[in-house]
Ligand binder design. Structure first.
Ligand code: ATP
Length: 328
């Protein structure tokens, strides 16, 4: 393995996701294994510009593989979007003798890393950490699997109430631009309808479909709604419309919100994070730069950051069909 890299920095940026800690641990331990130094950067690009660094060794990351959130904290920084901000970050990295950077985050984080690489020719590697799974070049982002399990658990609990009171529940889940979470948890939670940004069912067809389910003998229903769904202005408007146009149900809304981001990462996310961290460090050591590590056909592969950002992560059409059949 070629080894011109002597010191790698790692940061987490954008929204936190379960599995980020497991990825930090993996980056730090892979550096220790290859006998290169590792520095943790606090609060994402904010800390990079302020020089908020901490030397890490294999023991600094003990006891974190099972923890949600990120020990390095995360932040959103407007200043890093300016040339002056990025210049500051570059100077801090140089001062510390750091010659490689691993960023864990979503597409905004990758855009920042790519611009930074272009401006200063600084080696960067991305690890996709976001619960939305909206990144091209990986079948799973870190945190997605954990979020699915968290949401399914919540839906199961809501169903207990729905079926005890003949209620219709609209459950809002995360997914501003993509419906990956909604589609998967809708199927796993036995939802009658799943509303996602990629498909516009229309209010009338929704009511028609709910009436059909009712006639077929269902006394309670769950409708999973991605937050970016295009039917109605928001989930409360949906509720009002259905309330006015359907009889026999007590209609309720449950917005799951930030609880979807929290909690201990699933086994899948811990293993994925461990694999991605090792690949990110070893790729930098091999002289690769400006890539994201991702899971493709159960292998950890590199995708250029540019493609990861610009490519579309498409909804699984087979899952859409399965969900239609299941709501019969
Ligand atoms: P999530 O998917 O959870 O929102 P994200 O990584 O997409 O995660 P953003 O807030 O979009 O989250 O981006 C994180 C940070 O990346 C921003 O706060 C900013 O510092 C940096 N960043 C985003 N876009 C750019 C850009 N065009 N130029 C430079 N830096 C950027």
């Amino acid at each position: 393995m070629k080894n011109t890299i002597k010191k790698i920095a790692v940061l987490t940026s954008g929204g936190d996701a379960p599995g980020m800690n497991a990825a930090i641990r993996s980056v730090v331990r892979a550096c220790a294994y290859h006998k290169i130094e590792c520095v943790g950067v606090y609060r994402g690009y904010e800390g990079l510009m302020e020089g908020d660094f901490k030397q890490m060794n294999a023991r600094s990351v003990k006891g974190i593989i099972n923890k949600g959130g990120t020990i390095l904290k995360s932040a959103r920084s407007l200043e890093f979007k300016t040339k002056e901000g990025r210049q500051l970050a570059f100077e801090n990295l140089q001062k510390e003798g750091i010659d490689g950077l691993v960023v864990i985050g979503g597409d905004g984080t990758f855009t920042g890393a790519m611009i930074f690489n272009q401006e200063f020719n600084f080696p960067v590697m991305g690890i996709p950490g976001t619960i939305d799974n909206d990144i091209f070049g990986t079948s799973h982002t870190l945190g997605f699997d954990t979020a699915l399990n968290t949401v399914v658990d919540a839906i199961d609990k809501i169903r207990d109430t729905a079926s005890s009171h003949n209620r219709l529940f609209f459950v809002e889940v995360m997914g501003r631009d993509v419906g990956h979470i909604a589609l998967n948890v809708g199927i796993a939670g036995g939802a009658e309808e799943i509303l996602i940004p990629e498909e516009d069912l229309g209010l009338d067809r929704l009511v028609e479909s709910l009436n059909r389910s009712k006639k077929s003998g269902k006394s309670s229903s769950i409708v999973v709604v991605a937050e970016g769904d295009k039917i109605g202005k928001n989930i409360f408007e949906l509720k009002d419309y259905v309330d006015e146009n359907m009889e026999g149900y007590d209609v309720r809304v449950s917005v799951l919100g930030h609880m979807q981001r929290g909690g201990a990462p699933s086994c899948f996310d811990r293993v994925l994070a461990s694999r991605m961290g090792v690949k990110a460090v070893e790729s930098l050591i091999e002289g690769q730069t400006n890539y994201m590590v991702g899971l493709l056909n159960n292998k950890i592969e590199l995708t250029p950051l540019d493609n990861a950002i610009k490519g579309k992560s498409k909804i699984n059409l087979e899952l859409l069909r399965v969900s239609d059949i299941m709501s019969t």
